[in-house]
Design a protein around this ligand. Structure first.
Ligand code: UDP
Length: 362
């Protein structure tokens, strides 16, 4: 069986690493399975791409489509044009896409129109928020996927409600968490750990890159000033996404507690999360990692496509208003974190399940 694996952006690299490990394990057992790795080039900064390949021992891509940045339509179209050529030159049995970025949707459409089967890892999750490009990518990808691999029973139920064939909807767990378990003993403190006198639980991690929070520079600065004064005795480490950096430019000087650092590699970032007091973020993936690491997470969004992180107790959906954050965080400081746990099948074995299922389908 030949699988073409698509990856384009930072969260994709973290998700494909354990899938490739699982394929290599089957190869070592003598099974007939091979893969071709296509990097679409959606993220191309060293900090968002190469570092993850190096740290997570992901093999060099067989091809890089080098689409780079553009508007939503430009980027999606560029990926489709380049991937169509790639697929004609290198036919495959199955195109495997992960997550919800433009590469996920663009390559699924190209594959399906070329009569190639599509497998979607992290299928079925929904926020219901069509103002987010990721939600549109999820909906379109799932509408043409052949084999669905889900992280939760509610994601599987979403797909069944939409009429997907139950035989092809597989609740397997979470590949992002496979990566976490595979690397937890390799995580390490970043260079600035001592410089900023960081130690366990004396800092908060902040990440923001979604349009609703960062696209309007004056509201972003107001939000950051509010977060800066949220807790007196905690530093706030803010690994700043290039998207947010481009909007903030030089406006980041006068904060009391916020320390701006570059986007972190996976091993340093997980160390920072694991030892933090709490996390404030608009990322979806980070709310899964904090759930497993038992770190309270406050999500600066109106909704989440990962409701299990909230129902299990580790993630709180705050909304995007500073006032809400002050209230919710104040209550956390007073009452402590909610009781939490780890969702079913988030056990580090999702990728192995996926590859075994795909081999059975052949
Ligand atoms: N991440 C990282 N370094 C950082 C910020 C994030 O390694 O400085 C990792 C982290 O594991 C997270 C993943 O990148 O789960 C995806 O984060 P991002 O916010 O880019 O994507 P989203 O989850 O919002 O799709």
């Amino acid at each position: 069986m030949k699988i073409t694996i698509i990856a384009g952006a930072r969260p994709n690299f973290i998700k494909i690493a354990p899938i490739i490990n699982a394929i290599q394990k089957k190869q070592n057992e003598g099974l007939n399975i091979s893969f071709r790795l296509v990097h679409t080039g959606q993220h191309y900064d060293k900090n968002l791409s190469d570092t993850f390949f190096e740290e997570l021992n992901i093999p060099q891509p067989d091809v890089n489509l080098e689409v780079k940045s553009g508007s939503q339509a430009e980027q999606t179209a560029a990926i489709m044009v380049a991937f169509e050529k790639e697929l004609i030159q290198n036919p495959t049995d199955l195109v495997l896409v992960v997550g919800d970025v433009n590469s996920t949707m663009a390559c699924s459409i190209v594959a399906k129109k070329s009569h190639t089967k599509v497998a979607h890892v992290e299928a079925g999750i929904r926020s219901g928020d069509l103002t987010m490009p990721e939600e549109i990518n999820r909906m379109l990808t799932d509408s043409i996927t052949d084999y669905f691999f889900t992280t939760s029973t509610s994601a599987s139920e979403n797909l069944l409600k939409l009429g997907s064939d139950p035989q092809n909807v597989h609740f397997v767990g979470n590949v992002m968490i496979d990566t976490l378990y595979q690397n937890i003993n390799r995580i390490s403190a970043p260079d600035f750990w001592n410089d900023h006198q960081l130690h366990e639980k004396n800092y908060i991690i902040l990440t923001l890159h979604r349009p609703a929070n960062v696209d309007e520079v004056s509201s972003l600065i107001e939000l950051l000033h509010g977060i800066d004064l949220l807790v007196n005795d905690k530093k706030i480490i803010f690994p700043i996404h290039p998207r947010t950096q481009a909007i903030l430019k030089e406006s980041k000087t006068d904060f009391k507690n916020i320390i701006f650092v570059s986007p972190q590699g996976y091993l340093n970032f997980m160390y920072l999360i694991k030892n933090s007091f709490a996390v404030i973020t608009d990322s979806g993936g980070i709310s899964e990692e904090t759930t497993v690491l038992g770190i309270p997470c406050f999500t600066m969004r109106d909704n989440t496509e990962r409701p299990e992180t909230e129902t299990i107790g580790s993630n709180t959906i705050v909304g995007t208003a500073l006032e809400n954050l002050k209230t919710v965080f104040g209550s956390f400081l007073q009452n402590g974190a909610r009781k939490s746990g780890i969702p079913d099948l988030w056990d580090g074995k999702a990728s192995e399940r996926i590859i075994s299922i795909l081999l059975d389908k052949k």
